[in-house]
Design a protein around this ligand. Structure first.
Ligand code: SF4
Length: 120
């Protein structure tokens, strides 16, 4: 049997892509679940027209080199996401520390005002 090789950038160009469950809340958005008929696995859920869905690393059509490249890309994306979360966490920690100081300051003010009221 002849082997046909595909040069594709997305599952959308693959004959094994099966789109299911189109749904729309307002008649404008169309979200679709993507499944791979070659493996039976779900590629992505609630895909919208503007989403850029990468070929998953488990795709049986990927060569080992392409699989490694895909996995490295995913690792890099996860690292970027992790760093963004760390920065957000740091900012939230600073905000919480500032608010705790404000609470402390307000408690001292209340205590001082209460003493003044009690003195009279
Ligand atoms: S995972 Fe691979 S085989 Fe499956 S639809 Fe995507 S490109 Fe095609």
């Amino acid at each position: 049997m002849p082997k046909i090789q595909l040069d594709i950038a997305s599952c959308e160009e693959c004959p094994h892509l099966n789109k299911k469950n189109p749904c729309s809340s307002d008649g404008w958005d169309r979200m679709i679940d993507w499944f791979c008929d070659k493996t039976g696995q779900k590629i992505a859920g609630a895909v919208e027209w503007h989403d850029n869905i990468s070929i998953p690393p488990w795709c049986p059509l990927l060569s080992n080199d392409e699989r490694k490249k895909t996995i490295n890309t995913i690792i890099e994306e996860k690292k970027i996401s992790l760093n963004a979360c760390k920065k957000h966490k740091e900012k939230l920690s600073n905000d919480i520390a500032a608010r705790e100081q404000e609470i402390e300051r307000l408690n001292q003010e209340i205590e001082e005002l209460s003493k003044k009221v009690g003195d009279k």
